[in-house]
Design a protein around this ligand. Structure first.
Ligand code: PHE
Length: 331
């Protein structure tokens, strides 16, 4: 029996130990064979023989059990050491690096451009009242121009703002001229198609100074420089238009960046892409905020439209689908 015990003590792996267990207790194992011999032992020796065998069985079983635990613990210790994870280690090759969303990137670029020209960044609430969103902007109740900006109404004539222009009003109510501001933010309209989503981002611009200071020429210069900064070497065209809060008003086009002005599908074969609205601030707007003897210009642009043109994205809605196949291209 000492032999067996020595063997057990000397094993270094669980597999080796298992072999010994089979050699002892398996079908042809030592103890199995010994127990089988019991029937041939003369009766008077049977008791002693069996007792002795049972004792051996117990001792060897215990030794196997103990050794198994010991080996198991040792092995566990070894794997734990080998598989130690360094949680501070940064593995750049497998990690997914985040990136600016094209809309955020475009927004950022536009804001930085105007900050460099000393424009302050103003923000206003997304749930607006009728006065700031319409009335003060020379859009009286029941005026047909309101139809252009149908929106989502809450109770008590509160609504989701249809443009960032109410921030013009709020800023003028809270500050004295001169004013030079932009207002980036989310706006809402009841539209949904290839080029319209019910929520989108605008950037508003407003410059106000004493009555003799601001002219259409200022507006034209600032916007032309801005658009050439954003789109490169493009032609800029001011086209007469209408907004209730500016007079005169203009819509601004750039020569098509896809065809260079020759005409293509994107520019509907006109050679021009409309990118923003602007004009000289209407007298009635100044009246609504109690400003006197001032002049000013204002403009408003859609950030998603800029992002689509800059990144050549065909469907506006894809900017809001969080599809990594699209977003992954902007790392
Ligand atoms: N608020 C206008 C719109 O959303 C854009 C605009 C702003 C036009 C300022 C002129 C001046 O359509």
């Amino acid at each position: 029996m000492q032999n067996w015990l020595d063997k057990i003590y000397k094993t270094t792996t669980i597999e080796e130990l298992e072999t010994i267990r089979v050699d002892l207790f398996g079908k042809k194992g030592f103890l199995t064979v010994e127990f089988a011999r019991l029937k041939d032992i003369p009766n008077e020796q049977k008791k002693e023989f069996a007792q002795n065998l049972n004792e051996q069985k117990e001792v060897l079983n215990k030794a196997l059990e103990l050794k198994k635990t010991e080996l198991f613990n040792a092995e566990l210790e070894k794997t734990l050491k080998a598989e130690k994870i360094d949680v501070t280690r940064f593995n750049a090759s497998t990690s997914n690096v985040g990136a600016y969303h094209p809309v955020a990137y475009t927004m950022d670029r536009i804001i930085k451009y105007f900050q460099n020209l000393n424009f302050a960044v103003e923000i206003g609430p997304m749930v607006e009242d009728d006065f700031h969103n319409f009335e003060a902007l020379n859009l009286p109740k029941y005026h047909p121009a309101r139809d252009m900006q149908d929106t989502f109404y809450c109770k008590d004539m509160m609504l989701l703002r249809t443009h960032t222009s109410p921030v013009q009003i709020r800023t003028m109510q809270n500050q004295k001229p001169p004013i030079r501001m932009i207002a980036p933010g989310r706006v809402f309209r009841r539209d949904f198609d290839l080029t319209h989503t019910p929520m989108f981002n605008q950037i508003e611009g407003l410059v106000v100074d004493s009555s003799d200071k601001i002219s259409f020429a200022n507006l034209k210069h600032v916007l032309t420089e801005f658009l050439q900064h954003m789109f490169g070497d493009v032609e800029v065209r001011f086209r007469p238009s209408f907004f209730p809060f500016t007079e005169p008003s203009a819509e601004v086009d750039i020569s098509c960046i896809f065809c260079g002005g020759d005409g293509c599908r994107v520019c509907s074969h006109t050679g021009w892409l409309e990118v923003l609205g602007c004009g000289i601030v209407d007298e009635n707007v100044f009246k609504a905020v109690g400003y006197e003897d001032v002049s000013g210009y204002a403009f408003g642009l859609g950030v998603e439209r800029f992002a689509m043109l800059i990144h050549k994205i065909g469907d506006l809605r894809s900017l809001f689908e969080s599809d990594l196949r699209l977003l992954g291209q902007f790392k």
